[in-house]
Ligand binder design. Structure first.
Ligand code: AMP
Length: 362
């Protein structure tokens, strides 16, 4: 079986490596050169508007998945003409691509989110801000990621400037959530509808970009809430594959922030830190294979490498450290790789964490 992956970045790279031991191959479709996944698999380099190249891609694969959320309905309809299955189904992506549809979907299922209002003019922004109160967060409905396309509003004085910078497209205003921490849950659903969940992960962001994740985050009440939300959401979307749900924690309650219908940065620790990695489980699900165990093996800490690569040698002197470079050119704020530290003893892991942070420059 050959799995087609739309996108050829680091997620496609790690998916491809997970497919190989199962005897499955991958073919990626990526406009950018060089593609990270090209280090380990075949990549068709072509634009997403190249209909012939998209058709040729679809003809060579048995099932199509995606690592990027920038797939338009037009691309799906071109690929669908070749009679191929998508996993997950494109509806999950359409929901995740639009913050309004996403919040509507979560609320319809009884999953708590921040209060929100759709906004399309300065007048509707003003009305929504007065309804939700300050502070509140203005976000573009589509296309925002890693904290881009959003602005925190603190008073009426912020309205016109925020609208001027973001208002050329549909917007969503959210109430500011006074969270104590951010966590995520990765869940996977197979073709028969079985859902398995990874442990909760505690995450910290810097300038809107994920910096570090620690797993498992042990809190049984929050875990039960997250499992309940994941089960409902994945069943509702008839989902196949791995999905990430990001939550705010407010007084022992989870408030869902967003969903990612794909493998996710907060799950990279599962390569070494879980019995079955998120990448392998995504491949298993879309290939119609039984899911693997999602349990954590001990404690794990993931630290992203952002902007510039650290020196390899001293890092590799930390026993239990796993280094992953994505082979990308350094650029400020760009994710270039990650390290995962694993240990059975959380106190030892804490010592290793400090060593790695000092070398990576957190
Ligand atoms: P997002 O692009 O929605 O993932 O937001 C990026 C980051 O901005 C989140 O990880 C939070 O730290 C912060 N943030 C987003 N929305 C809100 C909100 N409604 N209230 C408080 N902080 C938020």
């Amino acid at each position: 079986m050959k799995i087609g992956i739309l996108g050829g970045g680091q997620l496609a790279y790690m998916l491809s490596m997970a497919a190989s031991p199962l005897g499955l191959s991958t073919l990626c479709y990526e406009p950018a050169v060089p593609a990270c996944a090209a280090r380990v698999t075949d990549v068709i380099t072509a634009s997403y508007t190249d209909v012939e190249a998209l058709r040729a891609f679809a003809q060579q694969v048995d099932v199509i998945t995606f690592e990027t959320e920038n797939i338009t309905p037009e691309i799906f309809s071109i690929l669908a003409e070749e009679q191929h299955k998508f996993a997950p189904h494109q509806n999950a992506l359409l929901v995740a691509q639009d913050r309004l549809l996403e919040k509507n979907c979560l609320n319809q299922l009884g999953i708590a989110t921040a209060p929100y209002e759709a906004v399309d003019s300065l007048a509707s922004l003003t009305e929504a801000a007065h309804k939700l109160g300050y502070p509140c967060v203005l976000k573009t409905r589509r296309g925002g990621y890693d904290g881009k396309g959003q602005s925190v509003l603190r008073s009426d004085e912020d309205l016109s400037q925020a609208f001027a910078s973001l208002g050329s497209q549909p917007l969503l205003l959210e109430g500011f959530v006074p969270f104590s921490m951010e966590v995520s849950m990765l869940a996977v659903r197979d073709q028969a509808g079985t859902v398995k969940t990874y442990p909760l992960v505690a995450n910290t962001h810097h300038q809107g970009i994920l910096r570090e994740s620690s797993a498992p985050f042990e809190h049984s009440a929050l875990y039960q809430q997250a499992v309940h939300a994941a089960q409902k959401l994945l069943d509702h979307l008839q989902y196949v594959g791995v999905m990430a749900i990001e939550f705010f924690v407010v007084n022992d309650q989870l408030v869902a922030n967003e969903i990612a219908p794909r493998v996710h940065n907060t799950g990279h620790w599962t390569i070494e830190g879980a019995v079955t990695s998120q990448f392998e489980n995504h491949i298993r699900a879309i290939a119609g294979l039984p899911l693997g165990d999602c349990s954590a093996r001990g404690y794990s800490y993931l630290l992203n490498i952002i902007g510039e690569e650290p020196k390899l040698q001293p890092l590799l002197n930390i026993a239990g450290l796993h280094y992953h470079t994505y082979g990308k050119a350094p650029r400020p704020q760009r994710k270039l790789g990650h390290v995962t530290l694993c240990h059975d003893d959380p106190l030892q892991l804490e010592k290793m964490r400090k060593q790695a942070q000092a070398l990576i420059g957190v």
